[in-house]
Design a protein around this ligand. Structure first.
Ligand code: FUL
Length: 506
């Protein structure tokens, strides 16, 4: 209880500034805390500076590339001859240009997939580009991707599969851990800034039939030391797998989650700025952070969702899938169900055997960008008259996350009235909370006025960084956003009313 009181008092003085590394992205809860106290704490858990930067990226690209690209497989056995790796026109600037033009703000390359083949000339295995004919063994794909990202001013991340089907020490725990840390060290020291380290959860048998017991803590420690600003994703403490590879996340997506009981001690002792561990969760559950899920929590953590999906059926390039590239319309639907569900979209666009992003994929991501640009071109609420029973309604269309509408006193519900300059047909609502303060909204709906009647256009539960709601088109001049339930005072930093450029699946 004493801790809780101290924490609450500290919050009052911490202010609303997200820029400082505030250490509020994880908190312990005292054993005898009441449900109301837990909710108060939950409402004030906020992202670290790095998590906030990452969330604002919205769309990031995954590049699965390696020996599988040449052997036409999804999971290489680790026995392939490095000589198969021979892209004829590799051009990482083409990859990065296409991704950037498609609206992607960061790229993650599979530096090593489960086959163990390293895309950089590591000193710690022979299964790498250094033994391939590509550039006579003098090439370094990781360097070329890192340089292209840094030149283009977009984020750069590495996927490094802990599972290794080639390395003879895999399964021989301490020795393999040492090799793995050597790989991490090379990746985090020789390629400039690394923004995300992506650890796959897959853990199978190695060449000797043994499974490795990973020393996660040692891996995290190495990353925190060499790349303190890099986020550790998926099998890591900073970013969580959404629980599906379909591209469709969950509608009620909380970024504040309970810690697993066994993790309490460690989380409390080690902040996310040093070594840390993730909560123990079943990632596939429909809801991970509502009141019933956190009421008995012994601690809470800011642990946002990343939605990974491939633009093709497979993760690696296969010629036979050239005509199965997702259409811009499908990608837009995925965007609504990932970015629009308070998650970051990680879309895989695999380079082909030439070492280029295939034309169909480039066209598809360009098409997605065009659809998004068309939709976001006009926010019909931007010149609206805004009023409310709360504070600062006019800030909700100023494009600034740190200015926001909220309620007076301790009110957990409120209404914003939106009168458009003229009657307008809309079918998308975009909401953003000021997550620098916390994620709070639990239930909302949008109403429009038809004659003298107020009718419901669309509704939802959580908002978080971004929530998009599609609804059957309504033509009206007067709207009102009703926040029905919230953890403490709700906030809205941005609100948009848009018209879809196409009919999407929902
Ligand atoms: C999975 C892997 O097994 C797939 O090959 C792919 O890399 C995907 C992103 O993660 O666990």
């Amino acid at each position: 209880m004493q801790y809780l009181l101290l924490f609450t008092v500290a919050l009052l003085f911490c202010g609303l500034n997200c820029n400082a590394r505030n250490g509020k992205n994880h908190v312990k809860i005292s054993q005898n805390a009441t449900e109301a106290e837990v909710i108060r704490v939950a409402a004030n858990v906020t992202p670290s500076e790095e998590q906030l930067r990452w969330q604002k990226l919205e769309m990031t690209a995954f590049l699965h590339f390696g020996v599988n690209t040449f052997t036409d497989r999804e999971w290489g056995a680790g026995t392939e001859d490095p000589k198969v790796f021979n892209p004829t026109e590799l051009d990482t600037r083409q990859w990065v240009k296409a991704c950037k033009e498609g609206g992607f703000k960061q790229v993650i390359i599979t530096a090593k997939h489960h086959d163990g083949f390293c895309l950089w000339p590591t000193k710690y295995t022979e299964h790498s580009v250094k033994n391939s004919p590509w550039k006579a063994g003098k090439g370094d794909v990781v360097k070329e991707v890192a340089d292209a990202c840094h030149e283009a001013g977009i984020g750069f991340g590495v996927y490094l599969s802990p599972w290794d089907r080639n390395n003879s020490h895999y399964g021989d725990s301490p020795k393999y851990d040492e090799i793995f840390i050597n790989w991490l060290t090379e990746l985090l020291t020789n390629y400039g800034k690394v923004d995300e380290v992506w650890f796959d959860g897959a853990c199978g048998e190695g060449p000797n039939g043994k499974k490795q017991v990973y020393n996660w803590e040692a891996y995290y420690k190495c990353i925190r030391k060499l790349a303190p600003h890099a986020l550790i994703a998926i099998s890591g403490p900073d970013v969580r797998w959404v629980g599906t590879e379909s591209g469709y996340g969950r509608e009620s997506e909380w970024s504040v989650l309970p810690l697993g009981a066994a993790d309490q001690q460690k989380i409390g002792e080690a902040s996310q700025s040093s070594v840390n561990i993730a909560p123990t969760l079943d990632y596939q559950k429909e809801d991970l952070g509502s009141r019933s899920k956190i009421k008995d929590a012994k601690g809470l953590i800011w642990y946002p969702a990343e939605t990974d999906v491939s633009i093709r059926p497979g993760w690696f390039y296969h010629t036979k899938e050239d005509n199965e590239v997702k259409t811009p319309e499908k990608l837009l639907d995925i965007y609504f169900s990932s970015v629009g569900y308070n998650s970051v979209l990680l879309l895989n666009i695999p380079p082909d055997r030439r070492g280029l992003l295939q034309e169909n994929d480039v066209k598809a991501i360009k098409g997605l960008k065009e659809l998004l640009d068309k939709m976001y071109a006009v926010n019909y609420a931007s010149n609206a008259k805004l009023s409310s029973d709360g504070i600062n309604p006019k800030t909700i269309t100023d494009h600034q996350m740190t200015t926001f509408w909220t309620t007076k006193e301790e009110k957990e519900a409120g209404t914003i009235n939106i009168t458009l300059p003229q009657i307008q047909k809309v079918d998308v609502l975009c909401l953003q909370e000021n997550i620098c303060i916390g994620q709070r909204i639990e239930k909302f709906h949008l109403e429009y006025k038809e004659g003298e009647l107020w009718k419901i256009a669309g509704k939802g539960t959580t908002v978080g960084y971004k929530r998009l709601v599609r609804f059957a088109p309504v033509t009206a001049k007067e709207f009102r956003l009703v926040i029905e339930e919230s953890r403490l005072n709700p906030t809205i930093s941005e609100l948009g009313l848009y018209k879809l450029p196409i009919v999407t699946a929902k």
